[in-house]
Ligand binder design. Structure first.
Ligand code: AMP
Length: 421
């Protein structure tokens, strides 16, 4: 490799990360705006937590036997010798923040949302990155399956606004601490019988946490997992009734769904409801969002016994199937000739911007023809012209680039025209 090529490589973006450039970022902003507006209709408020946390938080919350914790965390020791981790998901941070600030004592609805980067050391491919972004929502203190149905409906409302079509909603119940041990034992037996067919990782999981075999991406393991018993046959009365209620509520909301008894999701903490919304427009990484209920996490962290439910939506994946109309921009380009006119351009731009007009001035010595060439290239809607005469008279020319119409007036006259257009 030449010196030049290796220098370029050194400063290239890290594998599995990407820049979101102007041209694409507008879609991100539109998604973020629609997400905020939607969540606020349902009583959610934003809660921003740090990007890194004590490693223990995720080991305890996300779960010591999950793939995320065993293989995918960005963990490092800081200069003070603490083990810290870039968050691989958001839920444990919210739970920690609630306990730390005793938000449960505020009396406000405990509904929180957040948007931001997450970090997982996974194998990058289409739809899977090492720094990816999630929109995350969580509801605390409501045990009823109605709230699970409500957040699934909210996810659909948001996806609808984003123009995401052709989705399928999968739901399941993963039981609770009362009924899951019997299921895990049955899985252990089933996995034990076919152990030789499993990958090394799943052979280990068969001993430690057989439920996690369902997360394996190796096709041979997936095939074996299809023969495993269904958790639906092991649910206790309470979990069964909760799941039936979820289904009834989804029916009321006219949300079509499929029960997928293999949907255990990759994290250890789920209890009762789990769900995913998948897209048929994506390849292997087809889950747009996923979530479920985690009734024990707060208590397990040493906090109050408050249940939780929520989901995380992958922004990259949703944007890859979203149909968002690009925002309509109307740019005013200011063309000037000479130094004195440049200063007037600076001040006029301030004036128009302060009145809400998007305005561009390029401080380069150009002739009028070159200015119009640039204005065309930038797809400016209007060009305002400042030359010597305009400076003297305080009256400026304004050209409507689409129709070719030319107007003339003071800055206030032109502002009125621009605001009307
Ligand atoms: P999870 O936190 O694993 O339940 O994932 C929730 C959502 O985040 C998924 O449905 C994806 O849309 C997205 N997601 C998870 N991991 C990644 C990744 N490595 N790259 C891109 N998106 C991801």
């Amino acid at each position: 490799m030449s010196e030049d090529a290796s220098a370029k490589k050194e400063i290239a973006a890290v594998k599995g990360t990407r820049d979101i450039l102007p041209g694409e970022v507008e879609k991100w902003q539109a998604l973020e705006g629609l997400a905020r507006a939607t969540f606020e209709l349902y009583g959610f408020r934003e809660l921003r937590a740090p990007v890194f946390e004590n490693t223990e938080l995720f080991e305890k919350g996300t779960g010591a036997t999950s793939d995320v914790v065993t293989k995918e965390m960005y963990t490092f020791t800081d200069k003070g010798g603490r083990s810290l981790t870039l968050r691989p998901e958001y839920t444990p941070s919210v739970v920690r923040a609630i306990i730390e600030h005793r938000l449960d004592l505020e009396g406000a609805p405990m509904r929180y949302y957040y948007m931001g980067p997450m970090f997982r050391y996974d194998k990058p491919q289409k739809g899977r990155y090492r720094q990816f972004h999630q929109v995350d929502i969580e509801v605390f203190g409501e045990k009823d399956a109605a709230v699970d149905a409500e957040i699934i409906e909210m996810a659909h409302a948001l996806l609808g606004k984003l123009g995401v079509k052709a989705t399928e909603t999968l739901v399941n119940s993963v039981g609770c601490r009362a009924c899951r041990p019997a299921y895990s034992a049955a899985l252990r037996v089933a996995a034990g019988k076919r152990k030789a067919e499993l990958c090394v990782d799943c052979q280990r999981k068969a001993e430690t946490n057989p439920l996690r075999i369902f997360d394996c991406k190796v096709e041979a393991c997936r095939e074996v997992a299809r023969s495993f018993p269904s958790i639906q046959d092991f649910l206790c009365d309470e979990c069964r009734a909760h799941f039936q209620e979820l289904r009834a509520c989804l029916d009321v909301l006219k949300i079509r769904y499929r029960v997928d008894p293999r949907l255990v999701r990759g994290l250890d903490y789920y209890t009762k409801t789990t769900f995913e919304i998948v897209s048929s427009g994506l390849g292997a990484q087809n889950a747009l969002l996923g979530g479920g209920r985690y009734d024990d996490m707060m208590k397990d962290f040493g906090g109050p016994d408050i249940c939780g439910t929520g989901f995380a939506m992958g922004i990259e994946r949703v944007l890859s199937v979203a149909e968002l109309a690009p925002p309509q921009k109307k740019i005013l380009y200011i063309a000037y000739l000479g130094d004195e006119a440049k200063r007037e351009a600076l001040e006029l731009a301030r004036f128009f911007r302060s009145n809400g007009i998007e305005c561009l001035v390029e401080y380069k010595d150009r002739g009028m023809k070159a200015h119009f060439g640039r204005a065309n290239k930038l797809q400016a809607a209007w060009v305002l012209i400042i030359g010597e005469n305009e400076l003297k008279s305080g009256r400026f020319g304004l050209k409507d680039m689409a129709s070719g119409r030319q107007l003339e007036g003071t800055r206030d006259d032109l502002l009125a025209t621009l605001l009307e257009s």
